[in-house]
Design a binder for this molecule. Structure first.
Ligand SMILES: [Zn+2]
Length: 113
């Protein structure tokens, strides 16, 4: 499933969601404040729209694990050939879109693009 990125119009929180292509949404509710979060194409496609340095490394909420399982998840990512660090919130930190795509694949997700 493709990953879609959203940015809250109120608090600025960024959120990533998986949706089947047919169910993709232009606006979701911000999980923090409930305000509308609009599709953020810059985060989705950093390579196509200007500088990548401003966006990567990028922690990804959508692929997060329980913070207690960071070490386990890291060891697992190494075993699968896509070494990935996790931040203290349990979110994987990707250094590039291809890194994110390869990691998502090890978790059974297929990103488009
Ligand atoms: Zn918000």
């Amino acid at each position: 499933m493709p990953i879609y990125c959203y940015k809250c119009t109120e608090c600025g929180k960024t959120e990533e969601e998986f949706f089947p292509i047919d169910d993709r949404k232009l606006v979701i509710d911000c999980p923090d404040c409930g305000a509308p979060a609009e599709r953020d194409l810059v985060s989705e496609r950093p390579g196509r729209l200007g500088s990548t340095e401003a966006i990567w490394p990028c922690p990804c909420d959508a692929l997060g694990v329980n913070p207690d399982q960071c070490k386990e998840a890291h060891d697992d990512s190494v075993r699968q050939g896509v070494p990935t660090d996790f931040n203290s919130d349990g979110n994987p930190v990707f250094t590039s879109l291809s890194h994110k795509r390869r990691y998502a694949k090890t978790q059974g997700y297929q990103m488009d693009g």
